[in-house]
Design a protein around this ligand. Sequence first.
Ligand code: AMP
Ligand code: ZN
Length: 109
Amino acid sequence: MASRPDCLFCKLVAEGEHVRADDGFVAVADINPKAPVHLLVLPERHVDTFRDVAEFPPEEAKRMLDFVAETAREVGLEDYQVVVNVGRGAGQTVFHLHWHILGGGRPFE
Ligand code: AMP
Ligand code: ZN
């Protein structure tokens, strides 16, 4: 899968510490957690933002959603938030599509 040498999250996919990894997707701990549990799901496929999600073949897009849900389940979360910031104006700072999983206690309990 094409990876961008200048992309922080392509680097994390290739050589980061993964909470979970499976067939094109990894989960990592957010370096600056905003909840007791704060994970990021990163697809190996580089797309800049969720706006470009149509670049995923349908089967891969489905597996990405499954991976998000399975990751939350595996770390013991039943109630949680899934957040995707789309574009700078919405708070996106890293331009490699990623899914935040936030949960585990206040304000989520
Ligand atoms: P966003 O603001 O939606 O683009 O989210 C980017 C997230 O990546 C932020 O929550 C950061 O704390 C997180 N982050 C930045 N660099 C790293 C890193 N090296 N490892 C893990 N998380 C990171
Ligand atoms: Zn990337």
